[in-house]
Write a protein that binds this ligand. Structure first.
Ligand code: SF4
Length: 302
């Protein structure tokens, strides 16, 4: 492993590249990254970087967003086949139908979506800034939220606004069961349940804290408590184990909670794309400009 890490270091210097890793990546990928964070953090880092090349250790929609925010940079996706089932649950025809049913509504698009879908939306959001983005839309406007029905229903609960939802969901977070969380609480009394808003409403109703992955990590790092049930993708356990070596960190699902797409990135693939530029991401011109506008509107509010 040391050999491949040294190779990546050399290539990274030669190509003036940075590696951005989503917090759901494996520990070894997080450990070599210049920045590790959630979708909002990755978007902000991508917008600020001076590097010529950005390697995105994550899934396709993230690499597309980095390219949209950095059209002049080379953006490389090492795991070429890494998609997102939630992003695939909405397409432009479905958005058009929702708009026809609700003329005048503003479309708020979770960044977990294709560039084509972003292009027909008014503004993007992440799970970290979704409430702020929603608050930026005048109360008289109806809001269509795509594609995650769970994050959308969470926003409706928190804001008191009626939000038109579609039927998308993250299969990883949707699979977490309230019953499992209750059993773990009984097994580990006093544990706090920390949940991502992509979880279903029954589990969210039990949670002591609901937030994005970064917010969950920050909450856990600052909390005086010492036992946490974690209801999000298992990648967050890697930084949490470092930040809270004293704490018991219990994944809410004994067998699930791992996103196979997020685990497709390997050190070898990172070295390969840096060496030969394989996996360069391009966003078709036909929708790059409106998709970029939806992302930039989000960045201006964040
Ligand atoms: S964790 Fe869920 S939302 Fe994130 S990439 Fe995997 S399937 Fe998509």
């Amino acid at each position: 492993m040391q050999e491949i890490i040294e190779r990546i270091e050399r290539l990274r210097r030669e190509r003036d590249a940075i590696i951005l890793a989503h917090i759901y990546q494996t520990g070894e990928i997080q450990d070599i990254a210049d920045y590790v964070g959630d979708s909002l953090g990755l978007a902000c880092s991508a917008a600020k970087t001076q590097a010529k090349v950005v390697v995105l250790a994550g899934v396709r929609f993230m690499a597309e967003s980095v390219k949209l925010l950095n059209p002049e940079k080379t953006v490389l996706l090492p795991a070429w086949g890494a998609g997102c089932p939630m992003a695939d649950m909405i397409d432009t025809d479905m958005v058009a139908e929702l708009k026809r049913g609700h003329p005048g509504a503003k479309v708020v698009c979770y960044v977990n979506s294709s560039a084509a879908v972003k292009a027909v939306s008014d503004i993007c959001c992440t799970s970290s800034n979704a409430l702020r983005i929603l608050a930026s839309i005048p109360a008289e406007n109806e809001v269509i939220f795509i594609p995650d029905k769970n994050l959308g229903s969470y926003l409706a609960e928190k804001s008191g606004r009626r939000i038109i939802l579609c039927d998308g969901y993250c299969p990883i977070h949707q699979a977490f069961r309230a019953r499992e969380a209750e059993q773990l609480r009984a097994q580990y009394p006093g544990s706090l349940l920390l949940a991502h808003p992509e979880c279903g409403p029954e589990l969210r109703d039990l949670a002591d804290f609901i937030g994005s992955t970064t917010e969950i990590v920050d909450y856990c790092a600052r909390s005086p408590e010492t036992s946490f049930i974690i209801a999000t993708e298992r990648g967050v356990l890697h930084p949490l184990a470092r930040l809270r070596p004293d704490a018991r960190l219990i994944p809410v699902s004994a067998h699930g909670g791992t996103c196979p797409n997020m685990k497709m990135t390997t050190l070898e693939a990172i070295a390969r794309v840096l060496a030969d530029n394989e996996g360069e991401v391009q966003v078709p011109e036909e929708y790059a400009a409106p998709a970029r506008a939806a992302l930039e509107k989000m960045m201006a509010v964040s």
